[in-house]
Design a protein around this ligand. Sequence first.
Ligand code: PLZ
Length: 448
Amino acid sequence: MSMTTHGGPGLPQERRLVTEIPGPRSRELFARKQAAVPPGIGTTLPVFITHAGGGVVVDADGNSLIDFGSGIAVTSVGNAAPRVVERVQRQVADFTHTCFMVTPYEAYVAVCEKLNELTPGDHEKRTFLVNSGAEAVENAVKVARHATGRQAVVVFDHGYHGRTLLTMTLTAKNMPYKHHFGPFAPEVYRVPLAYPFRWPSGPDKCAEEAAALAIDMINKQIGAENVAAVVIEPIAGEGGFIEPAKGFLPAILDYCRANGILFVADEVQTGFARTGDLFACEDEGIVPDIICTAKGIAGGLPLAAVTGRAEILDRVHVGGLGGTYGGNPLACEAALGVFETIEQEGLVERARHIGDVMLPRLRGFQERFPAIGDVRGRGAMTAIELVKPGTTEPDPALTLEITRRCHAEGLLVLTAGTYGNVLRFLPPLVMPDHLLEEGLSILDKSLV
Ligand code: PLZ
């Protein structure tokens, strides 16, 4: 068992395997999980966690694993980050809930002020808070429909936006997200994404051709004047860490501006320093009309936000937005702790550093291992796409096999991709360099 009684950065920053993975205690707990929880709730790696912090997660058998997942891009500031813990502990003893719509409290307002200031663009903004990424995206669509008086929503191939009826409809991939869960919400239309690795005429013309195709489809099949919003991830996350070819996002933004369509950036996975910018939109100078954030915003407490132009968000009638728990005081205090941590620990720069370490190593692997068709990403959001050598034919079986080998060696990695053939890497931004290197070495050895 762990020598420490708390998680956080004080946990020994080491990989330590004391049993096979999963060990006996985790296997016991997993049997209970199978008896109590439906299989619809899947499991990436059946080790049960007792402590986590810095770059490791520690399991019930005392194994310490290197964390290349951050709970799907959530614990960017680290698990049990000290400023988060301190603020939440203070808050939980003061009051746990009032419902912000009933009697407000300062932390909610402070989070909104900070988001209005930090998100791209210096126009006047408003923010409101909800509980999950899906809820943020769903609310962005509500607001966009209200503000424009239009109904259609345009989304992209490989997009992921959540699991509620509307956001599942916005999501591209059938299995496992949509299969047998229809009928879906109306007025959702899907257009091509500039996916350089898979663009038929090659990566060079990808941005221009994909934008032209997408715009033509909108004009011909929907009619620009019927479109309330375009909803897009600046880097497609679950779809496989697809960075749209440079020029694609600006072209779509220009088209939106010219046609009164609101540009909604889903930065649920890319936000809060992850990509080496505070927001991924900054890379090409994209200023969205509405931006949705979640995950990394609150160090693991459930919080999400919708931030947008004041004139858009102010349209909605009094009482038209909300929810019982949105902007819960504990989650708001956690977010304030996250903002401080990002600033004071220089985590934007730290994410760039992680990318500077990882991307050259991954490209080196690609030279030796022909099944790596593509290496991509920015900052601490990187991935490799696995294919049958010399082709673009996806190899999900190999992807699973490499994942399995990494897990057995104590490196937690996640998969992604429309074809299930992408290994993605999302280390906490506070991961020490020696663990980053060790994780990459394990990955290297798993590529055989
Ligand atoms: N938008 C871009 O990445 C969540 C999904 C995990 P919630 N991605 C992880 C799973 O399999 O359910 C996500 C995202 C983007 C929206 C969401 C949805 O965020 O907080 O999971 O609702």
